[in-house]
Design a binder for this molecule. Structure first.
Ligand code: SF4
Length: 356
């Protein structure tokens, strides 16, 4: 079995020396492969088991029918074409616009592993056919990846393709997962990371900051758990209240307040400080266009987020991973008090007492 290729620490160290305060995915790819890669979106008409009744009929509270409208102008023009035509036109567009030499096809809408295996193979094969496509980045739920899908994806890895799974985990906290009606827990994601890494497949987690009822400490804990789990990359964004979603109703009736710009920037910084440097950052913000959005207003100008985060990190004198601590160091394994007698809550407790 092909083991997971490790993130190249030397490249990350060099990026750090060159002033990068976090592990920027695009820059990392450029330094590792020697060229710029673009991610081109593909609509393969997938549905979702959290919509069609297999798991539920209501969907996640923030999801507007798989967010197909949630996309760029260039893509809207081709979104209903055949798969190979979409890839052809999008690759051309991104190569001309962004100067990318090669592309990863990002299968983005709905749950993109939710179809019979033979259909999945046809879709993935079609997406990989273009000569400048080096791999796939597949958006899906963590509970929608049986071993047979992993087998299929592993075959592409064996043929030299770069395969990423983009897992819409959003948070590691069960109370939030229930509130946003994801209808899966965190155990599913642990299985996915382990299974993917065994097969040379990489994993991105989507993380939303500002989910209803979640504290900043809990958001930071998500960063720490992602680090411990050795997830390869994250996409961080604030919750967008889109029209015709369940969360829109909560927002309109005053039960949900979206995170503000300053608070978001500060929370992203806290998150990054507690995230391992080896976790690559694919995005720090996201928007859906004014015609589909109710709030927040500030992320319409989402390109202001990156510089604001960097400015705040500079002000704090910190960077990605600088506050992450998952264990005492070997030097710290020196007890500060004698072991024989320690006092807890005013009562004397003797460690030598036998346990019954
Ligand atoms: S899993 Fe994704 S596509 Fe399905 S309802 Fe939730 S956000 Fe929408």
């Amino acid at each position: 079995m092909k083991a997971k290729k490790k993130t190249d620490l030397k490249i990350l160290e060099d990026m750090c020396k060159d002033g990068f305060l976090y592990s920027h995915f695009g820059e990392y790819w450029k330094r590792k492969h020697g060229y710029k890669v673009c991610k081109v979106p593909l609509n393969a008409d997938f549905t979702c088991p959290n919509w069609d009744g297999r798991i539920s009929k209501v969907g996640c509270t923030f999801c507007p029918s798989f967010a197909r409208q949630f996309t760029y102008n260039s893509f809207r023009q081709v979104i209903n074409q055949g798969l190979e035509e979409q890839v052809r036109d999008q690759v051309k567009h991104y190569q001309e616009m962004a100067g990318g030499k090669k592309c990863l096809v990002y299968i983005a809408f709905g749950t993109n592993t939710y179809a019979p295996l033979e259909d999945l193979k046809k879709i993935y094969d079609a997406a990989l056919k273009h000569k400048d496509v080096v791999g796939l980045s597949i958006g899906t739920r963590p509970d929608c990846l049986p071993d047979e899908v992993f087998d299929l994806l592993e075959n592409y890895v064996k043929k030299g393709k770069e395969i990423w799974l983009e897992i819409g985990q959003q948070t590691v906290h069960q109370h939030t997962l229930e509130k946003i009606k994801r209808r899966h827990g965190f155990a599913e994601a642990i299985r996915v990371v382990e299974e993917a890494h065994k097969r040379g497949i990489k994993v991105i987690f989507f993380v939303i900051l500002g989910l209803p009822g979640e504290t900043r400490e809990e958001m930071v804990e998500t960063a720490r758990i992602i680090s411990a789990l050795k997830v390869d990359a994250v996409k961080i964004y604030s919750l967008i209240v889109m029209k015709k979603t369940q969360i829109a109703q909560d927002y309109l009736e005053g039960r949900y307040n979206p995170i503000g710009f300053k608070e978001y920037v500060n929370t992203v910084c806290d998150f990054l400080e507690n995230l391992d440097r080896k976790v690559l950052i694919q995005r720090l913000s996201k928007d859906c266009g004014l015609e589909t959005k109710l709030a927040p207003e500030w992320n319409t100008y989402r390109l202001i987020v990156g510089p604001a985060v960097e400015k705040e990190l500079k002000k704090r004198g910190t960077k990605q991973g600088s506050k992450l601590k998952l264990t005492l160091t070997a030097e710290e394994l020196k007890p500060l008090a004698p072991a024989e007698k320690m006092t807890f809550g005013g009562e004397e407790y003797c460690q030598d007492e036998p346990e019954f």
